[in-house]
Design a protein around this ligand. Structure first.
Ligand code: G1P
Ligand code: ZN
Length: 545
């Protein structure tokens, strides 16, 4: 049955440049006439047309997810796509979407998500295109999409009813096949192939207690199936498990600030042995033991150091990669394992080539993202299962594991200070001013720390030779301390200044200090160099993680 294709005249809409992770805007902006349609049509243009292609489609369930999915289906049909594989109710976590693209040999996928940004009518929405390797489109592709948004004159959409997405079945939309799949099944099967489920089951049987906070977002169904149904954790282990369009009015970002109820429980007298949380679209993770928060940078280092205990990685790691602002904890593990450690710009898309080329197996970012070559996205539940597998084998607490890790490698004290919704001119002014100073900083002393080197990070991709410039200002001090500053590429209002602070401690007597205290000199040096307070008009950061 063929459907009539409507051609709608439109004109370019400003501000459709994909950022660190796809296009993110206020939901209301995405709902403005033609906004979503323009961007989807530009994706089709940017990828050389969608005709004959197979796509994966799903999202994190936030407000506007269902309506946007219907638009994508109609526009894929109008563009002549062969098939779309879509999660039931248009749900798919980001790692599950990445997995489906890879295992089904799809040409790419569209993920409807603004990740950890709040959802709802007043919240944020987002659209991201992933390529055939399952990973976020590289800059060459996002650039082409952006170019298309600047010249668009019309888009094409079929005239049809909404497609029912409530049952796993295959239906047709005109000549295009739509396969509606259970969003969890394939993902759960992949996890069972990587981790030793028998060992984790035995851990739960021995009375090990865990709390997983799905933060009313997409990982609820995944965590319930995996942890409670397959691994035998008691019912109630997963909380806030039903995805809600506004994430229960919360901010589904798994860190000590936004996952405070979980943090409070884990720091309390009756804390479970292990706590974890994930974000809106299921790619981030937070790991916390009884009385012991694990920074994402440390988590990456611990997983790398213990990887061979897990059957999926028993052959060893080909290499590791971290984003530049992520702490250097994993570098020390890589050094001792004798493997490469790559430093990439912020954003998961930069790991894709290293994973595809077999140069790295594990990668991670300080922003609660950890992953491996099993997919081409960071993966929240994967990280949680990895930790459970390691704890099941090592039979020790999270706190003991951290103490022994630091004893071997030293402790990289680390913190990120975010100044949110800063006036754009002020934020750009701060960065421009600092950039102008970089060359003169070496040799100067600030708050007792002497600058060893200072530069603006640029990345030369070792696989395809592409160069990405302007990826953050970094200042190294004598003794290994470091400050990095960059502006966020995922915000939807004003500018967010991120200040990343780090210092290595090798004296075991000093492993138990509060990170803000341990970093006091580095924090003071950052302020002295950049004048953050006066330039942003803020007395303190909005969020400290
Ligand atoms: C933030 C994080 C970055 C992550 C991205 C997408 O980007 O800092 O590590 O890859 O979200 O989850 P930013 O807002 O800093 O550009
Ligand atoms: Zn996310």
């Amino acid at each position: 049955m063929s459907l009539s294709i409507k051609t709608v005249s439109t004109r370019p809409i400003a501000g459709q440049k994909p950022g660190t992770s796809g296009l993110r805007k206020k939901t209301k902006v995405f709902q403005e006439p033609h906004f979503l349609e323009n961007f989807i049509q530009s994706i089709w243009t940017g990828i050389g047309g969608v005709a004959g292609k197979v796509l994966v489609l799903g999202g994190d369930g936030r407000h506007f997810n269902s309506q946007a999915a219907q638009v994508v289906l109609r526009m894929a049909a109008a563009g002549g796509a062969k098939k779309v594989i879509v999660g039931k109710r248009a749900l798919l976590s980001t790692p599950a979407a990445s997995n489906l693209i890879r295992t089904r040999g799809a040409d790419g996928g569209i993920i409807l998500s603004a990740s950890h940004n709040p959802g709802g009518p007043e919240g944020d929405f987002g659209v991201k295109y992933n390529t055939a390797n399952g990973g976020p489109a590289p800059e060459s592709v996002t650039e082409r999409i952006f170019e298309a948004t600047k010249t668009i004159t019309e888009y094409h959409i079929v005239d049809s009813q909404d497609v029912g997405l409530r049952i796993a079945e295959t239906v047709m939309l005109g000549d295009m096949e739509i396969e509606i799949v259970d969003p969890v099944e394939d993902y759960a099967a992949m996890m069972a192939g990587i981790f030793d489920f028998a060992a984790i089951k035995a851990l739960f049987r021995s009375g090990f207690k865990m709390r997983f906070d799905a933060m009313h977002a997409v990982t609820g169904p995944y965590a319930t199936v995996l942890l409670e149904e397959e691994l035998g954790a008691p019912p109630g282990t997963v909380i806030n498990a039903i995805p809600l369009p506004d994430f229960g009015q919360g901010h589904p970002d798994p860190n000590p600030i936004w996952a405070k109820p979980l943090m409070d429980e884990m720091m309390g007298d009756h804390a479970p042995d292990f706590g974890a949380a994930s974000d809106g679209d299921g790619d981030r993770n937070m790991i916390v033991g009884k009385g012991c928060y694990v920074t994402p940078s440390d988590s990456l280092a611990v997983l790398a150091a213990n990887a061979t205990l897990v059957s999926g990685y028993s052959g060893g790691l080909k290499g590791v990669a971290r984003s530049m602002p992520t702490s250097k904890a994993v570098d020390r593990v890589a050094e001792s394992l004798g493997i490469d450690c790559f430093e990439t710009p912020t954003g998961w898309k930069f790991f894709g080539n290293l994973l595809d080329a077999g140069r790295a197996t594990l990668c991670g970012e300080e922003s609660a993202g950890t992953g491996s070559d099993h997919v081409r996205e960071k993966d929240g539940l994967w990280a949680v299962l990895f930790w459970l597998n390691v704890l099941a084998v090592r039979k020790c607490s999270v706190a003991d594991l951290m103490t022994s890790h630091w004893a071997s490698y030293g402790r990289n004290y680390y913190s990120r200070h975010d100044y949110e919704d800063v006036e754009s001119d002020a934020a750009n002014g701060l960065v421009d001013h600092l950039r102008g100073q970089l060359a003169d900083l070496p040799g100067k002393t600030f708050a007792g720390l002497t600058v060893e080197s200072a530069d603006e990070f640029a990345y030369d991709d070792p696989v395809d030779g592409s160069r990405s410039e302007g990826q953050g200002l970094r200042i190294h001090f004598d003794g290994g301390a470091r400050v990095v500053m960059r502006l966020s590429g995922t915000g939807t209002s004003g500018a967010t200044l991120r200040v990343y602070l780090e210092r290595l401690e090798t004296d075991p007597a000093r492993f138990g200090i509060d990170p803000q205290e341990a970093l006091a000199e580095v924090i003071a040096a950052a302020e002295a160099i950049a004048g953050i307070r006066s330039r942003t008009g803020r007395a303190a950061p909005d969020v400290i993680t």
